[in-house]
Write a protein that binds this ligand. Structure first.
Ligand code: MG
Length: 383
């Protein structure tokens, strides 16, 4: 993509997501002051309806304080399984329609429509996508559209609840100028107060400061604030095209009974899809091997594995599966390997701790593959 190309980013955010799901589950809650969160002494507010926000109740607030501000609020503990289900539903609708999207959180998505204006009108398309999500899931959702992720996200916030807003290119600064500094994502209570103490109240106030003054008070973050206040934001939408599985199949030129050859093919194919898996920044929780014999009898076998994107672990499993599946001496026509139960890579670190050294190794191998082609580095044969 050339540097100068005008980017078109849509940011979607479900309105009071948990609350909306609770209202779908129990329509009598609709329009009532509702809080999702812990009932007990130390409970905190996870989400709250717009009716409670009028009483300055907000998420992360201790439940005790929330109940003091809005004693009539109805508190529910939250149906987290349903939140996941609805989140996935919305993700699926976006994945079906959008050319490139990123799931930023359980209820937040970016869609990159840069270049799509040649095929359709991006703003109209996004309005229709929003209508589709609402008519299918019955969940209220808002979007902002702009030339960067940052401005699109702030536009969504301004469009809420249940609306949408387009900031045409060239109008970013004008849109941001009158907004309070707290509207910048990441500017919390403390930064907000520090800015206000300096007489800086609006985003325009920040943009008028010198970066050196902002850096004096906020360090590196000062320059970041200045860039944001000027609508400068270069973050890319991270493609999360949600493939259900990654697989490869190979029909042989000649049917084979050669175990060494067949195993080396299993290794080669597994390496290929493991590479693709890492390129998609995914990890797999399931691996399958398929064999088609020369008489077209087809058998396959799969096994659940600890989430991984490492060649050696995947290859070991694939070879295991092949050995269990293969009927000796029978002539093989086709082999297939498939990875499924894919998750986003970030989860691996959370769940199992990160094996830094191995990750670095495979990143290096992938970089070589990216530069010199896939076959430049390959495990010579099966071990
Ligand atoms: Mg939301």
């Amino acid at each position: 993509m050339p540097e100068t190309q005008q980017r078109i980013i849509a940011h979607f955010d479900l309105d009071a997501f948990f609350v909306s799901v609770e209202c779908l589950n129990d329509p009598s809650l609709k329009g009532k002051p509702l809080i999702v969160g812990g009932h007990n002494e130390r409970g905190v507010v996870c989400a709250c309806s717009y009716e409670t926000r009028k009483f300055v109740v907000h998420s992360a607030m201790p439940m005790k304080s929330a109940m003091r501000l809005c004693p009539q609020a109805i508190v529910v503990s939250g149906s987290y399984k349903d939140y996941g289900k609805y989140s996935q539903w919305v993700t699926d609708i976006i994945a079906e329609n959008a050319p490139l999207y990123e799931k930023a959180s359980v209820d937040e998505f970016y869609i990159d429509l840069t270049g799509m204006e040649r095929f359709f009108e991006p703003y109209k398309w996004t309005i229709q996508l929003r209508e589709k999500i609402i008519s299918k899931t019955k969940l209220p959702i808002s979007f902002g559209m702009a030339s960067s992720k940052l401005v699109a996200k702030i536009a969504t916030d301004e469009a809420k609840p249940n609306g949408y807003l387009y900031i045409p290119p060239g109008r970013e600064k004008e849109f941001l100028a009158p907004l309070l500094v707290s509207k910048i994502p990441g500017v919390g209570k403390h930064t907000c107060k520090a800015l206000n103490d300096l007489g800086i109240n609006t985003i325009e106030d920040i943009s008028r400061q010198s970066t050196s003054l902002l850096e004096k008070y906020f360090g590196k973050y000062g320059a970041d604030l200045w860039n944001k206040s000027n609508g400068i934001n270069v973050h890319q939408v991270v493609n999360m095209r949600r493939a259900k599985s990654i697989s490869t199949e190979n029909t042989f030129f000649e049917n084979s009974t050669d175990l060494t050859f067949l195993l080396s093919e299993v290794v080669r194919m597994t390496e290929k899809i493991a590479y693709e898996l890492r390129q998609d920044q995914k990890i797999a929780g399931c691996i399958a091997v398929k064999i088609r014999y020369s008489d077209f009898e087809t058998t396959s076998r799969q096994v659940s594995i600890d989430l991984t994107d490492y060649d050696d672990e995947l290859i070991r499993k694939a070879k295991d599966l092949f050995r269990k599946l293969y009927r000796n001496k029978k002539s093989v026509r086709l082999l297939g390997v498939r990875l499924s139960h894919l998750s986003d890579q970030g989860q691996q670190t959370d769940m199992f701790g990160d094996d830094e050294r191995k990750s670095a190794l495979y990143r290096t191998i992938d970089e070589v593959k990216n530069r010199f082609g896939f076959n430049s580095l390959s495990k010579a044969a099966y071990k």
